[in-house]
Design a protein around this ligand. Structure first.
Ligand code: SF4
Length: 206
């Protein structure tokens, strides 16, 4: 029974990883952030692998739930079309989809009354996905480009709506953002995570 649960969990992870909008780049950034934390450095290698796997697993499972909900609502494509995805600032938008403003595990759950997402998800916005998670439960990635995509953009909470250009400039100038997007750090995180994923896949096929 336990084995069946584990393999169905792995299937979901594999399925989510195949989706173009699964936030894999942000999971890597999540790992870079964790690696910089003193508490992480005290963990054994085994414990680190357990936390990483749990972060990926929970993220993937929740991603699929949100995706299913969006598809049922006919909102999946609409979300993808919602913003003009660009890394350039334009006269219409200062957002370059760096994802820095969503790189927070939780926020104040003040949602507009017309925000029809499940109450449980509003609570989740406030509580986050749990131990080891360092970015918003609703942050996706636009087509494996590294650009951020808010899965609940039309229903997003008020703190995200009032995040203005000045706040954005502050995030862009923050050295922490440069650190988590730095090529070498990302490369190392990618090697660590892919190794963990391969070991997981092998254990499922054993
Ligand atoms: S709800 Fe959307 S805009 Fe707000 S932090 Fe999460 S992903 Fe970013």
């Amino acid at each position: 029974m336990r084995l069946a649960h584990r393999s169905s969990s792995w299937r979901k992870v594999r399925f989510a990883l195949r989706d173009n909008h699964f936030p894999f780049s942000y999971v890597l950034r999540n790992l870079v952030i964790l690696k910089g934390e003193p508490a992480w450095q005290k963990l054994s290698s085994r414990r680190k692998a357990i936390v990483m796997r749990s972060v990926l697993e929970k993220r993937a499972h929740f991603f699929l739930r949100v995706r299913e909900w969006l598809k049922k609502k006919g909102g999946y494509q609409a979300i993808l079309n919602f913003s003009a995805f660009s890394r350039e600032r334009t006269t219409l938008s200062y957002c370059i989809h760096c994802g820095g403003c969503c790189e927070t595990p939780s926020g104040f759950p003040d949602f507009p009354s017309e925000s029809v997402i499940p109450q449980e998800w509003k609570n989740l916005f406030s509580e986050g996905l749990g131990k080891g998670h360092r970015f918003c439960p609703f942050l996706w990635e636009y087509g494996k480009t590294g650009m951020s995509l808010c899965a609940i953009h039309p229903w997003r909470p008020n703190p995200c709506r009032v995040f203005g250009e000045e706040d954005c400039n502050f995030v862009l100038e923050d050295s922490n953002l440069a650190h988590v997007t730095h090529g070498r750090q990302i490369q190392e995180a990618s090697e660590t995570l892919l190794k963990m994923i391969r070991a997981w896949a092998v254990s499922q096929n054993a």
